[in-house]
Design a protein around this ligand. Sequence first.
Ligand SMILES: Nc1ncnc2c1ncn2[C@@H]1O[C@H](COP(=O)(O)OP(=O)(O)OP(=O)(O)O)[C@@H](O)[C@H]1O
Length: 293
Amino acid sequence: MLKLDNVTKVYKVGAFGGKVFAAVDGVSFDVQAGEVVSLIGESGSGKSTIGKMILGLASITGGSITVDGVPVKPGKDYYRHVQGVFQDPFSCYNPVFKADRVFQMIKDAYYPKLGDKEWDERVRSTIRDVRLDPDQVLGRYPHQLSGGQLQRLLIARALLLDLKLLVADEITSMLDASTRIDVLNLLAELKERGLGVLYVTHDLSLGNYLAERTVVLRRGTVVEMGATGKVFGDPLHPYTRQLLAAVPRLHAPWEDAAPTQTCHYHENAASGAMFEAEPGHLVACAQLDACPK
Ligand SMILES: Nc1ncnc2c1ncn2[C@@H]1O[C@H](COP(=O)(O)OP(=O)(O)OP(=O)(O)O)[C@@H](O)[C@H]1O
């Protein structure tokens, strides 16, 4: 459904934009309907840039992004099927408007002919779907709602459309532990309904909880991807191992990551290509510079 093919994003940086910086460099992966794929990597690895390109909020420098074969095209038709929810729910609302104004905007843009009563019923039922009580949240200003309630209202807003893909960018990082699990379970329910979810996070444990497949990003390139159980259970790239070693554990001291080893696939990998270690589990060469061209 969502397909990224050799996607690149280059920013102009430096004085007068005289230099270029590749924030995303030749990234390819896909998300199928009814699947959660988590995109993980350290801060600055390019995760949000990828999310923004999928949502049409940043231009694509090279390669292609398609949803059901249709290239990203910001506009009503595209956003009917592809929506994003972000880290800070408070910044998504205008503080002087009541929170339900976001629903009215959906009606005005997408369902102008629908009767008010029918729309109201649809909104209330969707709010119940995200496990909120409509009477408790409708008619309130954003500052009168919690972060978790606002985040769920944003998901409800997305669900009122004919949604195929949700880009969820660090959506739980501002929530407390129990609200976080509620929102994660909600995302898991969305996939049961056949939605594809790209779950952008730097928190490996949350990605592990939710995603069928994991894509590990480092400095704008994919270093490893595959079934989450394989990537986390048998990490092949030194960077993935480093990330896993850095996850805090209760009652256990932090471990040092295994030292960077000689790349297993040095002989096999053409520079930049990924090696298929086992079906669906791909890893980049860890010594790209030395790889045969
Ligand atoms: N408009 C811009 N101009 C220049 N560089 C940018 C711009 N936006 C992002 N970058 C750079 O691109 C790189 C990737 O940024 P991005 O926000 O995608 O990272 P991220 O993995 O989402 O990080 P985080 O987890 O901290 O949000 C960073 O080095 C960032 O400084």
